[in-house]
Design a protein. Structure first.
Length: 303
């Protein structure tokens, strides 16, 4: 049996919206009192040190604490599509992904379900789960939340999307995004330390900081990269930067001036800026990566 303390006035994320989830009330993130997920399967499109050849055992959780107008997973993030799961069923799913040969368990957007997921990890570990656990997040996390994942998450896969408060308000309804995310990423770096790989080059521990370059916003990408360069000086070799070009105009992107993909010229400028800052030890996606095949179908596979 699980011991999940369901929040009565939820403060699991920086929204601190106070939803009474124990009474079934949904918060800003769409999550209410019953754990929900939309897909659990091997996933091959993360960074090579996460996916490897075998795949990453990925569970896509329902709801999201950000409201990105271009979200490629919008059916589950914005509409909270998914299937209700018990904690024990989630523990079985983790073990099943391990049996399928996954390199890790990859928790996509787990923040709003933290008490349920840690209970499931306890149960799965008691049943033999030994894989590294990846916390795959938009970066918008409280320091308290990062602390609550201590001992559960081995690898943080965190976005740093924006610097401009006006831009993060317009695109993700979070004017405090950069300030919150900077603190969160520092807490992640302190928590898990420098990257550690196994003999096959699969990451076992560490932080990957991702930045998705958006069309028409190269100046803000430069500002994010400047922050990453400063962080690299403070934590030398402390994280793996990952620059992504795969932006595709999903959901309500066009309403917010993002109705096209990034051009080669724009992306080249972002890459050149990263190189000029010495951020060359991570990943830089090829421009040709902007394909919808990166988006899995949320058909409740594996649940
Ligand atoms: S996790 Fe959801 S319910 Fe909890 S504070 Fe954040 S938005 Fe509100």
């Amino acid at each position: 049996m699980s011991n999940v303390i369901v929040p009565r006035a939820c403060t699991l994320c920086p929204r601190r919206c106070g939803a009474n989830r124990a009474a079934g009330q949904a918060g800003f993130c769409g999550a209410a009192g019953s754990l929900k997920a939309a897909r659990a399967a091997l996933h091959f499109w993360e960074e090579p040190c996460i996916s490897g050849k075998e795949g990453s055992g990925t569970v896509f959780f329902s709801g999201c604490t950000l409201k990105c107008c271009y979200c490629q997973n919008y059916p589950i993030s914005a509409d909270c599509f998914g299937k209700e799961l018990s904690v024990s069923r989630l523990a079985e799913i983790f073990l099943d992904l391990q049996r399928q040969g996954a390199n890790n368990i990859n928790l996509v957007t787990p923040g709003q379900w933290q008490p349920w997921i840690t209970a499931a990890l306890d149960e799965a570990r008691a049943g033999g789960l030994h894989l590294p656990i990846v916390g795959n997040t938009g970066g918008y996390e409280t320091e308290e939340s990062i602390a609550a994942w201590q001992g559960y998450i081995d690898i943080w896969l965190a976005d740093w999307k924006y610097i401009s408060p006006a831009l993060s308000q317009e695109l993700s309804a979070a004017p405090d995004y950069a300030a919150v995310t900077e603190k969160a990423i520092r807490a992640m770096l302190r928590q898990v330390g420098r990257p550690v790989y196994d003999a096959r080059g699969i990451l076992q521990r560490g932080v990957i900081v991702r930045h998705l370059a958006l069309p028409g916003h190269t100046e803000d990408s430069f500002a994010v990269l400047d922050k990453l360069a400063a962080l690299e000086k403070e934590f030398p070799g402390g994280f793996i930067p990952s620059l992504m070009s795969q932006y595709t105009p999903f959901y309500r992107a066009a309403e917010h001036g993002l109705g096209r993909r990034i051009t080669r010229y724009e992306y080249r400028k972002v890459i050149d800026h990263a190189i000029s800052l010495g951020l060359v030890h991570g990943y830089m996606q090829e421009k040709s990566s902007a394909r919808e095949e990166y988006t899995p179908s949320f058909d409740l596979t594996g649940l």
